[in-house]
Design a protein around this ligand. Sequence first.
Ligand SMILES: [Zn+2]
Length: 245
Amino acid sequence: MAKTELLYMNDNYIRTFTAKVIAKGDDYLVLDKTAFYPEGGGQETDQGKITWGNVVLTVWKVKREEGEVRHFVVEKEQLPPVGEEVQGEIDWDRRFTHMRFHTAIHVLSTYMKEHFNSEVVGNNISTRNGRADFHLENALTQEQLKTIEAGVNEIIAQNLPVKISFMPREDAIAFLKEKGYQTDYINMVPKSVKTFRIISVGDYDHASCAGTHVANTSEIGRIVVVKRRSMGKGKERITLALAEE
Ligand SMILES: [Zn+2]
Protein backbone atom coordinates (compact mmCIF):
# COMPACT_ATOMS: atom_id res chain seq x y z
CA MET A 1 0.00 0.00 0.00
CA ALA A 2 1.66 3.20 -1.20
CA LYS A 3 0.88 6.37 0.72
CA THR A 4 0.24 9.72 -0.96
CA GLU A 5 0.60 13.22 0.48
CA LEU A 6 -2.64 15.11 -0.25
CA LEU A 7 -1.59 18.62 -1.28
CA TYR A 8 -5.17 19.98 -1.37
CA MET A 9 -5.57 19.40 2.38
CA ASN A 10 -3.46 22.51 3.06
CA ASP A 11 -4.06 24.43 -0.14
CA ASN A 12 -7.19 24.06 -2.28
CA TYR A 13 -5.72 26.28 -5.00
CA ILE A 14 -2.82 24.07 -6.16
CA ARG A 15 -3.51 23.30 -9.84
CA THR A 16 -0.12 21.92 -10.97
CA PHE A 17 2.48 19.86 -9.15
CA THR A 18 5.47 17.59 -9.64
CA ALA A 19 5.41 14.11 -8.10
CA LYS A 20 7.01 10.69 -8.29
CA VAL A 21 5.27 7.47 -9.33
CA ILE A 22 5.39 5.11 -6.33
CA ALA A 23 3.09 2.34 -7.57
CA LYS A 24 0.92 1.47 -10.56
CA GLY A 25 -1.67 -0.94 -11.84
CA ASP A 26 -3.02 -1.83 -15.32
CA ASP A 27 -4.68 1.56 -15.76
CA TYR A 28 -3.69 3.70 -12.79
CA LEU A 29 -0.80 5.47 -11.07
CA VAL A 30 -0.13 6.12 -7.39
CA LEU A 31 2.00 9.23 -6.73
CA ASP A 32 4.04 10.31 -3.68
CA LYS A 33 1.91 13.49 -3.63
CA THR A 34 -1.13 14.79 -5.46
CA ALA A 35 -3.36 17.84 -5.85
CA PHE A 36 -6.14 15.67 -7.34
CA TYR A 37 -9.16 15.23 -5.07
CA PRO A 38 -10.27 11.58 -5.03
CA GLU A 39 -14.05 11.09 -5.18
CA GLY A 40 -15.59 10.77 -1.75
CA GLY A 41 -17.41 12.59 1.03
CA GLY A 42 -20.14 13.42 -1.47
CA GLN A 43 -17.75 15.27 -3.79
CA GLU A 44 -17.06 13.98 -7.31
CA THR A 45 -13.55 13.17 -8.55
CA ASP A 46 -11.12 15.71 -9.98
CA GLN A 47 -10.00 15.17 -13.56
CA GLY A 48 -7.02 16.51 -15.50
CA LYS A 49 -3.73 15.26 -16.90
CA ILE A 50 -0.43 13.70 -15.89
CA THR A 51 2.57 14.37 -18.13
CA TRP A 52 5.91 12.53 -18.31
CA GLY A 53 8.36 13.38 -21.08
CA ASN A 54 6.24 13.86 -24.19
CA VAL A 55 3.45 11.65 -22.99
CA VAL A 56 0.21 13.25 -21.80
CA LEU A 57 -2.12 10.97 -19.84
CA THR A 58 -5.77 11.88 -19.34
CA VAL A 59 -6.86 11.40 -15.73
CA TRP A 60 -10.59 10.59 -15.80
CA LYS A 61 -11.04 9.38 -12.24
CA VAL A 62 -9.17 9.51 -8.93
CA LYS A 63 -10.33 7.09 -6.29
CA ARG A 64 -9.24 5.57 -3.00
CA GLU A 65 -8.90 1.81 -3.34
CA GLU A 66 -7.18 -0.58 -0.94
CA GLY A 67 -5.78 2.37 1.01
CA GLU A 68 -4.22 3.96 -2.08
CA VAL A 69 -5.13 7.11 -4.02
CA ARG A 70 -5.28 5.81 -7.60
CA HIS A 71 -5.19 8.10 -10.65
CA PHE A 72 -7.00 6.24 -13.45
CA VAL A 73 -5.89 7.23 -16.94
CA VAL A 74 -7.30 6.69 -20.43
CA GLU A 75 -3.93 5.96 -22.14
CA LYS A 76 -3.15 2.87 -20.05
CA GLU A 77 -0.54 1.47 -22.48
CA GLN A 78 1.63 4.57 -21.89
CA LEU A 79 2.07 4.46 -18.11
CA PRO A 80 5.45 5.66 -16.80
CA PRO A 81 7.64 3.27 -14.77
CA VAL A 82 7.63 3.40 -10.98
CA GLY A 83 10.22 5.98 -9.85
CA GLU A 84 9.54 8.33 -12.80
CA GLU A 85 8.93 12.02 -12.11
CA VAL A 86 5.64 13.33 -13.54
CA GLN A 87 3.72 16.61 -13.73
CA GLY A 88 0.10 16.77 -12.71
CA GLU A 89 -2.46 19.36 -13.70
CA ILE A 90 -6.05 19.35 -12.51
CA ASP A 91 -9.01 20.53 -14.61
CA TRP A 92 -9.45 23.78 -12.74
CA ASP A 93 -12.90 24.80 -14.08
CA ARG A 94 -14.34 21.53 -12.87
CA ARG A 95 -12.60 21.67 -9.46
CA PHE A 96 -13.42 25.34 -8.83
CA THR A 97 -17.12 24.62 -9.50
CA HIS A 98 -16.94 21.81 -6.91
CA MET A 99 -15.29 24.21 -4.43
CA ARG A 100 -18.05 26.79 -4.91
CA PHE A 101 -20.86 24.23 -4.49
CA HIS A 102 -19.15 22.53 -1.57
CA THR A 103 -18.74 25.78 0.37
CA ALA A 104 -22.34 26.79 -0.42
CA ILE A 105 -23.54 23.46 1.01
CA HIS A 106 -21.68 24.24 4.26
CA VAL A 107 -23.56 27.56 4.55
CA LEU A 108 -26.88 25.90 3.65
CA SER A 109 -26.33 23.23 6.33
CA THR A 110 -25.89 25.75 9.12
CA TYR A 111 -28.76 27.87 7.78
CA MET A 112 -31.08 24.83 7.96
CA LYS A 113 -29.90 24.04 11.48
CA GLU A 114 -30.47 27.61 12.65
CA HIS A 115 -33.84 28.19 11.02
CA PHE A 116 -35.40 24.72 10.74
CA ASN A 117 -33.58 22.91 13.54
CA SER A 118 -32.66 20.38 10.88
CA GLU A 119 -29.45 18.35 10.60
CA VAL A 120 -27.88 17.61 7.25
CA VAL A 121 -27.73 13.84 6.62
CA GLY A 122 -26.00 13.66 3.25
CA ASN A 123 -24.73 15.66 0.33
CA ASN A 124 -23.51 15.42 -3.25
CA ILE A 125 -21.29 17.85 -5.14
CA SER A 126 -20.89 17.72 -8.93
CA THR A 127 -20.22 20.23 -11.70
CA ARG A 128 -23.98 20.41 -12.40
CA ASN A 129 -25.27 21.09 -8.91
CA GLY A 130 -24.84 20.73 -5.19
CA ARG A 131 -27.46 18.95 -3.14
CA ALA A 132 -28.00 18.10 0.48
CA ASP A 133 -30.51 15.99 2.40
CA PHE A 134 -32.04 17.23 5.66
CA HIS A 135 -34.14 15.69 8.39
CA LEU A 136 -37.50 17.50 8.15
CA GLU A 137 -40.95 16.43 9.32
CA ASN A 138 -42.82 18.32 6.62
CA ALA A 139 -42.19 19.04 2.96
CA LEU A 140 -40.69 22.48 2.33
CA THR A 141 -43.07 24.93 0.65
CA GLN A 142 -42.14 27.13 -2.31
CA GLU A 143 -42.23 30.08 0.05
CA GLN A 144 -39.83 28.43 2.48
CA LEU A 145 -37.47 27.57 -0.38
CA LYS A 146 -37.42 31.23 -1.44
CA THR A 147 -36.64 32.24 2.15
CA ILE A 148 -33.82 29.67 2.32
CA GLU A 149 -32.35 30.90 -0.98
CA ALA A 150 -32.41 34.53 0.17
CA GLY A 151 -31.01 33.64 3.62
CA VAL A 152 -28.11 31.61 2.25
CA ASN A 153 -27.28 34.33 -0.29
CA GLU A 154 -27.25 36.90 2.49
CA ILE A 155 -24.59 34.90 4.38
CA ILE A 156 -22.54 34.33 1.20
CA ALA A 157 -22.67 38.06 0.41
CA GLN A 158 -20.89 38.82 3.71
CA ASN A 159 -17.63 37.76 1.98
CA LEU A 160 -16.68 35.42 4.82
CA PRO A 161 -13.14 33.97 4.86
CA VAL A 162 -12.96 30.16 4.81
CA LYS A 163 -10.24 28.86 7.13
CA ILE A 164 -8.61 25.43 7.36
CA SER A 165 -7.38 24.29 10.81
CA PHE A 166 -5.94 20.97 11.92
CA MET A 167 -6.85 19.78 15.42
CA PRO A 168 -6.28 16.66 17.54
CA ARG A 169 -9.49 14.61 17.93
CA GLU A 170 -10.34 15.84 21.46
CA ASP A 171 -9.78 19.49 20.50
CA ALA A 172 -11.89 19.11 17.35
CA ILE A 173 -14.78 17.61 19.33
CA ALA A 174 -14.53 20.29 22.08
CA PHE A 175 -14.38 23.08 19.48
CA LEU A 176 -17.39 21.85 17.49
CA LYS A 177 -19.43 21.23 20.66
CA GLU A 178 -18.68 24.75 21.85
CA LYS A 179 -19.94 26.06 18.50
CA GLY A 180 -23.18 24.11 18.94
CA TYR A 181 -22.63 21.20 16.58
CA GLN A 182 -23.29 17.53 17.19
CA THR A 183 -20.09 15.51 16.98
CA ASP A 184 -21.38 11.94 16.69
CA TYR A 185 -19.94 11.65 13.21
CA ILE A 186 -16.41 12.31 14.53
CA ASN A 187 -16.81 9.47 17.04
CA MET A 188 -17.55 7.14 14.12
CA VAL A 189 -14.18 7.92 12.50
CA PRO A 190 -11.64 5.13 13.28
CA LYS A 191 -9.46 5.87 16.33
CA SER A 192 -6.36 5.61 14.13
CA VAL A 193 -7.28 9.03 12.72
CA LYS A 194 -5.76 11.43 15.22
CA THR A 195 -5.90 14.79 13.43
CA PHE A 196 -9.05 16.41 12.10
CA ARG A 197 -9.36 19.12 9.47
CA ILE A 198 -11.83 21.77 10.58
CA ILE A 199 -13.32 24.11 7.99
CA SER A 200 -14.64 27.43 9.31
CA VAL A 201 -16.77 29.71 7.15
CA GLY A 202 -16.26 32.98 9.03
CA ASP A 203 -17.79 32.26 12.44
CA TYR A 204 -20.98 31.10 10.72
CA ASP A 205 -20.26 27.42 9.95
CA HIS A 206 -17.71 25.01 11.41
CA ALA A 207 -17.32 21.38 10.32
CA SER A 208 -14.83 18.56 10.15
CA CYS A 209 -14.38 18.07 6.41
CA ALA A 210 -11.75 16.73 4.00
CA GLY A 211 -13.26 18.30 0.87
CA THR A 212 -12.22 21.32 -1.18
CA HIS A 213 -13.57 24.82 -0.51
CA VAL A 214 -13.13 28.37 -1.77
CA ALA A 215 -11.04 30.79 0.35
CA ASN A 216 -13.84 33.36 0.63
CA THR A 217 -17.60 33.08 0.17
CA SER A 218 -17.41 35.97 -2.35
CA GLU A 219 -16.06 33.37 -4.82
CA ILE A 220 -19.35 31.42 -4.71
CA GLY A 221 -21.40 34.25 -6.22
CA ARG A 222 -25.15 33.78 -5.84
CA ILE A 223 -26.91 30.45 -5.45
CA VAL A 224 -30.36 29.42 -6.67
CA VAL A 225 -32.50 26.73 -5.01
CA VAL A 226 -33.57 24.82 -8.12
CA LYS A 227 -35.65 22.07 -6.55
CA ARG A 228 -36.73 20.11 -3.54
CA ARG A 229 -37.68 16.50 -3.39
CA SER A 230 -38.98 14.26 -0.67
CA MET A 231 -36.64 11.34 -0.02
CA GLY A 232 -39.22 9.68 2.25
CA LYS A 233 -39.14 9.15 6.04
CA GLY A 234 -38.97 12.84 6.93
CA LYS A 235 -36.07 13.52 4.61
CA GLU A 236 -35.98 16.45 2.18
CA ARG A 237 -33.43 17.03 -0.58
CA ILE A 238 -32.50 20.59 -1.57
CA THR A 239 -30.66 21.12 -4.87
CA LEU A 240 -28.62 24.26 -5.54
CA ALA A 241 -27.32 25.76 -8.77
CA LEU A 242 -24.91 28.65 -9.21
CA ALA A 243 -26.44 31.82 -10.65
CA GLU A 244 -24.19 32.85 -13.56
CA GLU A 245 -24.22 36.63 -13.86
ZN1 LIG B 1 -16.55 20.66 3.26
